[in-house]
Design a protein around this ligand. Structure first.
Ligand SMILES: Nc1nc2c(ncn2[C@@H]2O[C@H](COP(=O)(O)OP(=O)(O)OP(=O)(O)O)[C@@H](O)[C@H]2O)c(=O)[nH]1
Ligand SMILES: [Mg+2]
Length: 427
């Protein structure tokens, strides 16, 4: 190869050289596509919105199918998340779709904690992925990634402004998930009101510092469409799985006494824009953002919380071994401290219990002495009484004997007088 063949140098030690013929690595993108297609894709959508706002209907409409799911009652004591996963197939592309829906959202009188189960759910999916990553034997290629890629936030078509529940929830979620706000059941709102409503929502989101997902404009091929669509947010959508004959075509629509609203008619609503942006143009970016932004943030905070750092205070790379040793020593120190505390607490408790028992024993002794004395007094009283009764009995007996003696003497004297009288009568 001649020196002139070296076209230019890219960076240090890296040169661009022309090839003399076809080598074949231009098939690398195809190899990637084939591999991805054979592995299949996964996409997870979280639908946050009040009960009955049309979440399930919109999902059915978006994916042109009927997913299972019972409507929620308005009597839930708290917010729960219901997750369902489906295997979908379009051409030769397989998609594992998970739809998570908030059950009971907005139904409680006190809505202060309504966002918590949602945040916990999102974090739990990040945590599961992190745990898989930290395993010694990782199987990430076969792992079912349940991290939420897109959060469709359903705004009620009030025409006024966002509810505080919406603002609080979106604020809590915006660093964890890609939020795409949508105005649900937008057939309930007039055209002029809708324009004002969208402006109002956007200004409220901005003034409250809520970061919603922006369709990316750095890729030239989609920059224009994404830029235009960013200006249309929040999308005003209508959902329906009912097919009606309009002209000579069957279309998804909702029929009312005064007319028909067509779901896929861009003059009627933004459903097509949403489908285009969510599924056809930016699905991969949503997955990518979830991994590189939201999950990365969760991972960083979690690892920092666990004591891991990239550099030590002297800006030297931090060794994993050292961090582990330091954490282990810290943990052992804490464990020893806790053990000592527990031991002292135990000794203290034993002493307290002993003192309590001694006190109880003393009280029992006192009670026993009191009872013993009482018993002795009682016994003495009874003995005195017995003695006096015995005396009485003796006196009575003496009196009785004397009386009997008197009686017998009396009867003898009476007998001799009778004999004397009988003799006198005979004479
Ligand atoms: N007017 C109007 N009604 C709709 C729209 N989408 C759904 N509905 C109706 O709203 C009702 C509730 O719809 P669902 O899709 O079950 O709502 P959901 O948010 O999934 O309800 P839960 O799961 O119970 O919270 C149904 O009667 C739907 O036909 C819409 O865009 N406009
Ligand atoms: Mg539902």
């Amino acid at each position: 190869m001649a020196a002139t063949d070296i076209a230019r140098q890219v960076g240090e030690g890296c040169r661009t050289v022309p090839l003399a013929g076809h080598v074949g690595f231009d098939s690398l993108p195809d190899q990637l596509v084939n591999k991805s297609v054979s592995q299949g894709f996964c996409f997870n959508i979280l639908c946050v919105g009040e009960t009955g706002l049309g979440k399930s209907t919109l999902m059915d409409t978006l994916f042109n199918t009927k997913f299972e799911g019972e409507p929620a009652t308005h009597t839930q004591p708290g917010v729960q998340l219901r997750s369902n996963t489906y295997d979908l197939q379009e051409s030769n592309v397989g998609l594992k779709l998970t739809i998570v829906s908030t059950v009971g959202f907005g139904d409680q009188i006190n809505k202060e904690d309504s966002y918590k189960p949602i945040v916990e759910f999102i974090d739990a999916q990040f945590e599961a992925y992190l745990q898989e990553e930290l395993k010694i034997r990782r199987v990430l290629h076969a792992y079912h990634d349940s991290r939420i890629h897109a959060c469709l936030y359903f705004i009620a078509p009030t025409g006024h402004s966002l509810k505080s529940l919406d603002l609080v929830t979106m604020k809590k979620l915006d660093s964890k998930v890609n939020i795409i706000p949508i105005i649900a059941k937008s057939d309930a709102i007039s055209k002029s009101e809708l324009t004002k409503f969208k402006i109002k929502i956007t200004s409220e989101l901005v003034s409250n510092g809520v970061q919603i997902y922006q369709f990316p404009t750095d890729d030239e091929s989609v920059a224009e469409i994404n830029g235009t669509m960013n200006a249309h947010l929040p999308f005003a959508v209508i959902g329906s799985t009912e097919e009606l004959k309009i002209g000579n075509k069957m279309m998804k629509a909702r029929q009312y006494p005064w007319g028909t609203v067509q779901v896929e008619n861009e003059a009627h609503c933004d459903f097509v824009k949403l489908r285009e942006m969510l599924i056809r143009v930016n699905m991969e970016d949503l997955r990518e953002q979830t991994h590189s932004r939201h999950y990365e943030l969760y991972r960083r905070c979690k690892l920092e919380e666990m004591g891991f750092q990239d550099t030590d205070p002297d800006s030297k790379p931090f060794s994993l071994q050292e961090t582990y040793e330091a954490k282990r020593n810290e943990f052992l120190g804490e464990l020893q401290k806790k053990e000592e505390e527990m031991r002292q607490m135990f000794v203290q408790r034993v002493k307290e219990k002993e003192a309590e028992l001694k006190e109880a024993e003393k009280e029992l002794h006192e009670k026993f002495d009191r009872l013993k004395k009482l018993h002795q007094d009682e016994k003495k009283k009874l003995e005195d009484k017995k003695k006096s009764l015995d005396d009485e009995v003796n006196a009575f007996k003496q009196r009785k004997t004397a009386a009997e003696l008197l009686q017998s003497q009396g009867s003898q004297a009476g007998g001799s007088q009778t004999l004397k009288r009988d003799k006198e009568k005979k004479n």
